[in-house]
Each structure stands twice: as C-alpha cells, then as structure tokens.
Design a protein around this ligand. Structure first.
Ligand code: CDV
Length: 344
C-alpha cells in the first residue's frame, strides 16, 4: 500500500490538526471551562481638527457605535478627550479661551445624542472628555472618562491621575503638552464598576505606563480595563527613536493584561490633527497578554472581539492568584515613596 502524502495532503492534515488543537480548552480547571463571552468593541477615532464641531464628532462616534452594535458589541470604548482636538498641545492663557473644549453636566448637550442612541441600542460605553465642574463655588477641570451601562445608566467617572507634560509652556517646540496647565490631578482614585457582563475599570492614556494603575483596579476585581489615549508620534520632552512610541504603548497594554489577568480595551485618537501626528494602534488584549485584534488604520475604525471573561478568572486562580502569592510585607515602599532613594 502506498502511503506517500502529497505536500497538499500533508498541509490539509496539518491545518486540521492545528484547528482541533486550538479548539481544545487547555484550562485544567472545571470552574472556568465554562465560557462567559461578551462582545467588546474599541472605536478608534481619526483626527479631530481645531475647526471640527463637537456635533460633527458625535455623528462619527454614533456611526461607530452603530457599527459595533451591528457586529455584536455590548460595550464600546471611545478615546480620551474624544469630542475635540487634543487641545493641550496649544497654549491658552485664560479659561475664556480654553473653556470651549470642556463639558458641563452629564450628558453635556454635545454628548446627549450619543447617550440616547446607545441606550436605544442597549450598548454600554466609555467616553473620554474634558470635564468642568463646580465644587463648593470653586471651578474645577479634569481629564475625565465616563462609564455608561447598556441600560443608559451612568455608572461612574474616572478622573485622570497621571497627567503628563508641564504647567508652563516650554517654548521653542513644534507643540506643547500642557495637561498639567488645564487639568487638576484626578481625585476619584481608580474605581471599578460591577455590571451584569463584567467588572470594569477605567484609566486614561499616560496612566497605562504606570503598573500601579492596573494593579489597584485588579485588586478591586476589574476583569476589563478600558483606556482611551492621545499619544503624539514624537516625544517632544525626551527624544527617542520613533518606533519606540508604538512599542512602549503595546508593551504597556500587554503587561497590564497579563500581570492582572484582565482584558484591555485601548482606543486611540490618532492620525494627523492639523499636522500634529498621533499614533494609532488601538487594540484588544487578552488576559494572556496577547493582542487579539488591532486597528490597521489611523482613521475612524471599529475593532471587536468576543471576550471570554472566564479566561481571566482561570489565570487569577492559577499563576496570578493574588491572595496566595502576593507578598505585601515587601511592597510598602511603593506607596510611601515616589522618587528613587538609593540604598546606602
Ligand atoms: N495624553 C497623554 O497622556 N499622552 C502621553 C504622552 C504625552 C506621553 C502618553 O502617555 O501617551
């Protein structure tokens, strides 16, 4: 009997074998072999120019929300400061000049149509915006994100804690980064929110470079981290090779997902805003640390994944079982000291 396989037969056999192997659940834990799948989408936003109106931007957001819903999403993550251009690159002197970028109330008049469509479709979302609020007669401004449930309920807010850049312009640069000028440091900590689908935590852009951000949310049980960002392609403060910008972005997401056994939804505002380039690279990362889907443009683009939340639960029961393996008696310095103090 001739059992010689042609190259084509061997390829088909290999393909079938791999398909079968990838369908086998490798989790040796009966409790988490039951899939808990939920559709999460990331809506990447292309450039928003200074002259673009908030109304026009919200039309784009609603269009992406509808696409995400049509493809099975229950939740959508939109970017940081999604309603306007990334205005902290510009120098403004008085609140009268920069208040046009801020929203008052939730939903603000500009946001309202998005809130209404999302509620009609039964889709929850994260939206980044510039928040202006009155607190005991004092006006305060934050770089904020809001989490709205699929039923239209406002679940809560997060106010950005790690604000990059400077208060005063550096000058002699292509553009500035003045988040410390326009926003206060967030005062809400890193809250997480229980929803019927998953426990969700929020953070914003520069927060992703700091591991403490995600560990605090993970200790509160977050299964999904939602994150919006505006990251200029060029590092004006600390020059570095261009490729590192995307690499460090992805590395931060992958590490956050893996080390905390959670899903990461990362939504960029990207492309060239009035000539100022920002990276794309919106992505969904699994609790294994693997990017499962990534945006391929620097424009409006929806990416979606059917996320198995029990995958994170399995990892939290094994390698990252915090209660069994963390050694807090050795971590005190993390909250008692900011800068480096070298041992004598
Ligand atoms: N919006 C940001 O927080 N951007 C910062 C840049 C300035 C480094 C970021 O971490 O991507």
């Amino acid at each position: 009997m001739d059992i010689t396989l042609s190259y084509k037969d061997a390829s088909i056999f290999y393909f079938m074998l791999m398909n079968w192997l990838s369908s086998v659940d490798w989790r040796q834990d009966e409790e988490t072999q039951m899939d808990r799948r939920v559709g999460f989408a990331v809506a990447q936003l292309g450039p928003v120019h200074l002259q673009d109106t908030k109304t026009a931007v919200v039309v784009r957001l609603i269009d992406m929300l509808r696409q995400a819903h049509a493809r099975g999403a229950r939740w959508v993550t939109f970017p940081e400061l999604a309603l306007t251009t990334f205005f902290p690159r510009y120098i403004y002197e008085t609140p009268e000049e920069y208040d046009i970028f801020f929203e008052e109330g939730l939903p603000s008049p500009a946001m309202r149509p998005l809130f209404e469509v999302a509620k009609d479709l039964g889709v929850g979302f994260y939206l980044g915006y510039a928040e202006k609020t009155e607190d005991n007669g004092v006006t305060r401004r934050f770089n904020t994100s809001v989490l709205v449930g699929p039923d239209g309920a406002i679940l809560g807010k997060y106010r950005k804690i790690h604000l990059p850049g400077t208060v005063d312009p550096i000058g002699d640069l292509e553009f500035e980064h003045l988040e410390k000028r326009y926003f206060e440091v967030g005062d809400l900590g890193f809250p997480t929110f229980t929803t019927p689908d998953a426990r969700i935590g929020m953070c914003i852009c520069n927060d992703r470079r700091w591991p403490e951000t995600f560990r605090v949310m993970a200790l509160r049980g977050a299964e999904v981290f939602m994150l919006g960002y505006n990251t200029p392609t060029r590092n004006i403060h600390h020059p570095e090779p261009a490729h590192l910008r995307e690499f460090h972005h992805r590395l931060s997401l992958e590490a956050a997902a893996y080390q905390n056994a959670a899903w990461v939804m990362a939504a960029a505002k990207c492309g060239s805003e009035d000539g100022f380039a920002m990276i794309g690279g919106s992505a969904i990362v699994a609790p294994t640390g693997e990017v499962v889907v990534r945006a391929s443009t620097e424009d409006d683009e929806v990416i979606i994944y059917d996320c198995d939340l029990d995958l994170g639960a399995y990892i939290r029961r094994s390698v990252f079982d915090f209660a069994r393996h963390r050694r807090i008696e050795h971590y005190g310095i993390i909250t008692s000291q900011t800068g480096m103090e070298i041992d004598p």
